[in-house]
Ligand binder design. Structure first.
Ligand code: ZN
Length: 133
């Protein structure tokens, strides 16, 4: 079941510079971590129930580096918080929704995540994200 918008992922060239912008708006960084599997450095900024997830490439071949080279900085993905991610993926596949991840993988924040392909989602990279408590 999809629960809510969990976070909005924004690709940035320089995490520190981007963080300064959000600080000017009065927001605070909750955590910064590197997700090795995706070659990104991530900063989480809580905003009510939603987080802003700032993503900086940690390697040249990072998906974020490719995204910025192609489109520049900006919204990279929207993440829906879920329960029971595995059955949602099965359901999505049965409805002919194109999956990037057929099985969940480890994301930031110790969450299980999976992406749906923008070809199926009207142009938005959609992340499904199940937080483990
Ligand atoms: Zn995300």
């Amino acid at each position: 079941m999809l629960k809510k918008v969990n976070h909005i992922g924004i690709a940035v060239k320089d995490l520190d510079v981007a963080i300064e912008f959000y600080k000017k708006l009065g927001l605070e960084v909750e955590a910064i971590e590197t997700v090795e599997s995706q070659n990104v450095k991530v900063a989480f900024i809580p905003l009510g129930e939603v987080r802003i997830e700032l993503l900086e490439a940690s390697t040249e071949d990072s998906p974020i580096a490719k995204f910025i080279a192609k489109k520049g900085e900006g919204i990279h993905h929207v993440a829906f918080g879920t329960e029971d991610l595995i059955s949602i993926l099965k359901h999505a596949e049965s409805k002919d929704i194109q999956l990037i991840d057929k099985v969940p993988r480890k994301g930031a924040h110790n969450a299980e995540i999976a992406f749906l392909h923008p070809n199926s989602t009207h142009g938005v990279l959609l992340e499904l994200c199940e937080e483990k408590t």
